[in-house]
Design a protein around this ligand. Structure first.
Ligand code: SF4
Length: 245
């Protein structure tokens, strides 16, 4: 099998748009030595999970259990595992990292500054993400271009040089309506919070419902007033892609 690299990203960017979702996932699984999809249990990730269960079970599934998730998200994880018979591996933060954060900023110190918020996301998301991606050469995500201004240029595939893997976004060109239609057609289980005004769901203390006219991610870290806020998962890695367990 040929190693994946920046040329693979170019090739996938050229070929994936013409394929169905199932065919996209089959193609992604075929070029990977180890492909891992990270799911937040959000609706896009539920679509990918359902499609992987049906067409590309060689893609491994992982989720980041930050310890601050909504109870609805935790229940959906259990339901999804049973529904699709998939081993969705949960990666949790290291106790010492959470203790260090709490000692420095307080348990909810992420409200206090951008620096503190990034430190919390680093401990609870980025370090576990590195463990989830350990040994993977392909990382599959549910990013879509119209989720927010910051995601408007999401490519189908890109070489993540910092993490040393190919990041593939098979839903890059899907609209919110495409997602809703797939969920309805395939009876995909989704988080009940979506129906209560939460199009994007992260940790409970950092997510609120959106108001009419707001972008899908406006409810994430709402106290930070710009449209580029992210948790760091989908920007170049700031931690090694091999962090120890
Ligand atoms: S979303 Fe909030 S609680 Fe979750 S890791 Fe980031 S700052 Fe911490």
């Amino acid at each position: 099998m040929t190693p994946v690299n920046a040329d693979t990203a170019f090739e996938l960017g050229r070929t994936l748009p013409a394929l169905t979702l199932d065919a996209r996932l089959v193609r992604i699984a075929a070029i990977a030595h180890r492909a891992v999809m990270t799911t937040s249990l959000g609706v896009e990730d539920q679509v990918l999970t359902a499609a992987i269960a049906g067409a590309a079970r060689g893609i491994h599934l992982a989720t980041l259990d930050t310890g601050r998730l909504f109870p609805e998200t935790e229940a959906l994880l259990a339901e999804t595992r049973v529904r699709y018979g998939l081993d969705i591996v949960a990666y949790r933060p290291r106790a010492e990292d959470v203790e260090d954060f709490t000692a420095r900023y307080g348990v909810d110190g992420f409200y206090g500054s951008r620096e503190a918020r990034h430190a919390c996301c680093h401990a609870r998301k980025l370090v576990p993400l590195a463990r989830a991606l350990k040994g993977a050469d392909v990382w599959v995500t549910g990013l879509r271009r119209d989720q927010s201004g910051a995601r408007a240029s999401t490519p189908f595939a890109e070489w993540d040089g910092e993490r040393g893997l190919l990041k593939v976004n098979p839903l890059a060109d899907w609209s919110g309506e495409d997602v809703r239609a797939y969920v309805a057609a395939h009876d995909v289980p989704v988080n009940p919070l979506h129906a209560r005004g939460y199009p994007s769901i992260g940790c409970e203390p950092c997510t609120r419902a959106v108001k009419p006219g707001e972008s899908e991610r406006a409810g994430r870290w709402w106290w930070e007033r710009d449209d580029t806020r992210e948790c760091g998962l989908h920007v170049a890695a700031k931690v090694p892609a091999y962090a120890s367990s």
